[in-house]
Design a protein around this ligand. Structure first.
Ligand code: ATP
Ligand code: FE2
Length: 345
């Protein structure tokens, strides 16, 4: 029931704003911290990678419409919200700054708390919340990030990560070289699937690529170069897509398996846009079941960048009274997963 300001029942909703790179998204979490559907728009450059300034202009232009659509779809207004959270980092500076200014404006205008959150931690927490796992090793595979993470001593520690480009970035760059527009991952997945269905006896050795594992870390630029060279030498596109997936996904799964062994944890959680891939999901299932662990995969809408995961993490901070003062709300372009203290259980 809403009445005057002093007795407002805000229903405990949290608004979440995501703007680390190509996607601008506003979503929400309910009073239990569970994510609802976000409203998202993304820049899709026809050629070349994303240009941070152009993406930021895009986000600034779309922000008001996205917010209006979210509120109308859910039949909510300013008085229903307890706090507004936003991706404070890591990400592209100009894009992050748009999300942060939208969040500051909403916080001031609606009179609600402001909470800057760590984007990478949000990928973990939305998975824990929606999959119901407790203490997982996270395989975080997105465009910009590839990390194997586990909670130890109150922080999400990075046990292994890419030493060069993110796995999604590698997929997108390979796709772009072949004239496939951004995002390349989904198209690579369908080409690989089609090819392997039509060539069930294919041998990976015929389309060999470099090994992406380096100790507990990973590296993908050598794979990218080698895959482009296979195409130049006349290998079928579908075969190379299949080979890229088999080689790089098994590399990620191998490091994740070692992290499970090292930490003695029994849960594996996938997150990030590349976690939408069915072949990767299957590989994780197989690896986990072979070692009596369990693999958890969030719904695809919660794997890709989305505002609701930012709201989920905002709610966790809010419940610990950990809000962000205006003077400390600047974006943190290079924020790392293990810099954020985990105050909640
Ligand atoms: P971050 O800031 O965490 O690095 P991001 O900006 O890369 O995130 P996400 O939405 O998490 O954004 O991930 C986008 C990536 O996911 C793109 O590289 C895209 O190609 C990849 N992707 C999406 N769907 C699939 C799929 N089915 N198979 C493989 N890759 C996919
Ligand atoms: Fe992301």
């Amino acid at each position: 029931m809403q009445s005057n300001n002093s007795t407002i029942n805000r229903n405990g909703y949290i608004l979440g704003i995501e703007s680390t790179a190509h996607t601008f998204s506003i979503g929400l979490a309910d009073s239990t911290g569970y994510p609802l559907d976000s409203v998202s728009v993304a820049v899709r450059p026809l050629k070349g990678g994303i240009h941070p300034r152009e993406a930021a202009d895009h986000h600034a232009e779309k922000a008001a419409g996205v917010l209006q659509e979210l509120l109308e779809t859910n039949n909510l207004g300013p008085t229903n919200f307890e706090a507004v959270s936003y991706s404070q980092g890591p990400g592209l500076g100009p894009c992050l700054r748009i999300g942060a200014s939208v969040a500051r404006t909403i916080s001031q205008k609606w009179g609600i708390s402001l909470i800057g959150v760590n984007h990478c931690v949000a990928h973990i927490e939305v998975g824990r919340k929606t999959c119901g796992c407790d203490d997982p090793v996270l395989l975080y595979v997105s465009g910009g990030n590839t990390q194997i993470i586990a909670k130890m001593d109150g922080k999400y520690r990075v046990l292994g990560e890419t030493l060069d480009i993110g796995i999604g970035n590698m997929l997108d760059k390979f796709a772009r070289e072949q004239g496939i527009p951004f995002p390349g991952g989904p198209k690579i997945e369908s080409l690989a699937k089609e090819w392997v269905e039509n060539n069930p006896d294919a041998k990976l050795g015929d389309f060999a690529l470099p090994y992406a594992v380096q100790g507990m870390d990973l590296a993908f630029s050598g794979v990218l170069n080698a895959a482009c060279n296979l195409i130049k030498k006349g290998a079928p596109l579908g075969a190379v897509c299949w080979s890229i997936q088999e080689h790089t996904f098994s590399a990620c799964v191998e490091v994740a398996e070692r992290a499970l062994a090292h930490t003695s944890k029994k849960e594996l959680l996938l997150g990030g846009g590349v976690a939408c891939n069915s072949r990767l999901r299957d590989m994780c299932d197989i690896m986990a079941s072979e070692r009596s662990a369990k693999s958890f995969v969030p719904e695809r809408k919660f794997c890709v960048d989305n505002g609701s995961m930012i709201a989920v993490l905002g709610k966790l901070h809010l419940d610990c009274n950990d809000t962000t003062e205006l003077s400390k709300s600047s974006v943190l372009q290079y924020l790392r997963t293990d810099q954020t203290p985990i105050l909640w259980s």
